[in-house]
Design a protein around this ligand. Sequence first.
Ligand code: DQA
Length: 144
Amino acid sequence: MDILVINGPNLNMLGIREPDIYGKETYTSLIEKIEAYAEKKNVNVKCYQSNHEGDLVDVIQFAYGVYDGIVINPGAYTHTSIAILDALKAVGIPAVEVHISDVDAREDFRKISYVRQACFETISGKGTDGYLLAIDSLIKKMKQ
Ligand code: DQA
């Protein structure tokens, strides 16, 4: 099983950006944690991060026919991007939306998620463990 983990804008700043909201774990240690977990679960994982909406659309398109599942934290594009929603719908790869913080408990504008429509599950407010829970959900989904 091949899983693509996509992180959007500012997630490369983990550990530096608003640690009271996103924690002190760095992006590098998040990737190490995801890779170690995937190895334990016997899945191949590739992690990708970009600050650019078009790059995120491109990587979702490239995933077509290559990956069995997508874990996506689109960062602020969650709340604005119809292009990312359409890309996920276009490829039709089972996807899980992840947010480190509890987006529903924050500002009203964070309660809107466009990508949610194309994801079979949303994991929000579980910190970086949310990425691991998303991998578990994809494994479970593949077994169905
Ligand atoms: C986020 C929540 C978004 O509202 C925010 O713009 C982010 C990170 C999260 O992981 O909690 O960049 O997706």
